[in-house]
Design a protein around this ligand. Sequence first.
Ligand code: PHB
Length: 391
Amino acid sequence: MEFRSCVGFALLGLSLGFAPITAQAQNVVKLGMVAPFSGPFATYGQQMLGGMKAYMKLNGDTVAGKKIEIIQKDSTGPAPEVAKRLAQELVTSDNVDILVGFGFTPNALAAAPVATEAKKAMVIMNAATSIITTKSPEIVRVSMTLPQVTQPMALWAAKNGIKKVYTVVADYGPGIDAEKEFIAAFKKAGGEIVGSVHVPLQNPDFAPFIQRVKDAKPEAVFLFLPAGQPGIAFMKGYEERGLKEAGIKLLATGDITDDTVLQSMGDPALGLITSFHYSADHKSAENEAFKKAYAEAAGTNLRPNFMAAAGYDGMALIYEALKKTNGSTDGEKLVAAMKGAKWMSPRGAVLIDPETRDIVQTVYIRKVEKVGGQLYNVEFDKFPDQKDPGK
Ligand code: PHB
């Protein structure tokens, strides 16, 4: 009798001790975020996280009865081994339900097998080499691909009388993708490529490359570099070596004039033409609401850029998918729920292509202009419903 009551007491203790933890675990969806939060590319992580927080500010931190929790890990920069280890830690030690973030292509590629093995959905908020989504059935991308944003730039250039272009790209996945697409689309539209060069991803000295471009006397340069400091350094060299005066136009993907660095480029950036899916200057009610929420939630006085928009949209997609699965975080169910999802993003209407799990969106042609005394990418032409042409 006494023994029984003792067991009963122990069981009661167990249930008192463990029940709340179990209940809590069941009511939380953990998002494990891998992105740079330190070093020269720290704004990548800050922007994505700020965008995610902006979405939560507008839509609450609970969906399908589950509280959303974000666990951040700093991948520091393009560092595939670090990214893979962090993704592994997140799924094994932190028990996250979904992997998110990924600024750089090599990092996303290194983490892809982790998502596949753990059967966890992986939402890419930047890394933009076309092939990434083919590396795991768990991957869904809400950012862009380089071929997707490059093709409209090539078509626009050809349509606007530019005949001879020199291409300059960072020497890794997204750069190679951009170069390939620009050359193919521009030649098809009747243009000529007078030279192509790859520049190192890390700490490049642009001076010799810029001189080579100048000597070839093209009508324009097409440029892709990863967002942030590299674009500022290139613009400085372009200015110093007198390419603008020589009448050589600069065409680029919007990574170069991203909203976090544009203001520090100063007036030499005026008139620069880029193609991209997001500008802080995009005119829509959704973008106004996003910018306001971002300013309140992100804890920075920087403008939101395209990575912040992707962070916001990644959350929009995760919330919608969790509603459809009634809160289940099973990777297969979540990815199935994400396929074909449509919503109004701060960048315009978007859709997840059910075949490729990549985003379908409008790509805008923009020009750097002064708006209220500040430099902005002002949209003036557009290519609606662009799929990734790179697959
Ligand atoms: C990438 O590594 O895929 C990447 C990084 C920065 C960008 C675009 C693409 O601005």
